[in-house]
Design a protein around this ligand. Structure first.
Ligand SMILES: Cc1cc2nc3c(=O)[nH]c(=O)nc-3n(C[C@H](O)[C@H](O)[C@H](O)COP(=O)(O)OP(=O)(O)OC[C@H]3O[C@@H](n4cnc5c(N)ncnc54)[C@H](O)[C@@H]3O)c2cc1C
Length: 262
């Protein structure tokens, strides 16, 4: 039962998150054990984890857990993954993680087998669905699929939501079960590199916005998220109507705290 970072190394880390204070107040350490790890689609792995601390654990759809996937010298390397599902009764948390090629998160994911252990911290993240919005627009790549699917599933049936998700190929699409979703567009890269803004940007320029005051949730590669913000702003969406979050940066590893380096 190997741990992603063995306890003797963990004790020696210069860990900025050793104390769960400040922005981490309200989170808890989760001593996860891998329950299952299997491929969901050509580019997506589904991993299920259990931890005793999941008893009484609460979170809002869209929030994530931060996993201690490796250590580089004395520096902890954490990666963040959105909670796709929590089975409170059986204490099983599900993550869907993109198989993109390389990186400490990817390496841990590919090697994880039932019984392996890994430290987590959660729940993290400030972006959840806006209860007052007249409509909701979700845009992102496959790394945003867990957030987009879980957030839309949490909306009331009478809410109005549109989703635009870019995936590598049609086989990476997942069922959209949310009653609130009246329009879903799947964009297929078909060999284009991930993080190329063209497909999502073209869709953002074309998207018809419903009347009223809505909220746009924009998740994925940092430069693509920025481009989507600019396009939607040019269509009259105010900055406070947008919930953007950079999940990863094209051509560069995320920082040790799990977000693209500034
Ligand atoms: C709040 C939050 C929630 C997130 N939720 C999820 C989630 O539910 N599922 C999920 O899969 N990801 C999610 N991510 C994104 C994930 O944390 C990043 O993709 C992260 O970079 C993966 O770490 P890594 O160690 O595998 O790669 P890194 O070491 O960070 O990067 C190595 C290389 O891989 C490239 N790369 C990284 N991610 C991708 C990608 N998605 N596609 C193509 N190339 C990539 C980088 O450009 C770099 O060249 C989330 C991120 C945040 C901040």
């Amino acid at each position: 039962m190997p741990d992603a970072v063995p306890p003797q190394i963990r004790q020696q880390l210069a860990d900025p998150f050793a104390e769960l204070t400040g922005s981490l107040a309200g989170t808890r350490k989760l001593r996860f054990e891998v329950v299952d790890n299997g491929q969901l689609s050509p580019s997506m792995q589904q991993i299920t984890l259990t931890a005793p601390e999941l008893a009484g654990f609460t979170y809002a759809p869209g929030q994530d857990v931060m996993l201690l996937v490796a250590a580089e010298g004395s520096r902890p390397v954490r990666r963040r993954y959105t909670i796709r599902h929590l089975d409170q009764e059986n204490l099983i948390l599900t993550l869907n993680i993109v198989l993109h090629g390389q990186g400490p998160g990817e390496r841990w994911l590919r090697s994880a087998v039932p019984g392996d252990t890994i430290e987590g911290i959660g729940p993290r993240g400030k972006i959840t669905t806006s209860p007052s919005a007249d409509w909701h627009l979700f845009m992102g790549d496959e790394s945003a699929m867990p957030a987009i699917l879980h957030m839309t599933e949490s909306l009331p049936a009478q809410a109005k939501a549109a989703v635009v998700i870019e995936v590598p190929e049609p086989a990476d699409e997942q069922p959209i079960l949310a009653e609130a979703v009246s329009r879903a567009s799947w964009l297929h890269r078909l060999g284009r590199p991930a993080g190329d803004p063209d497909l999502l940007a073209a869709e953002a320029r074309e998207v018809e916005l419903a009347p009223g005051v809505g909220q746009a949730y924009l998740f994925g590669e940092a430069a693509v998220v920025l481009r989507l913000r600019e396009i939607l702003e040019s269509k009259g969406i105010r900055p406070d109507q947008m919930s953007p979050k950079s999940y990863w940066g094209r051509g560069r590893a995320n920082a040790g705290h799990g977000e693209p380096a500034k």
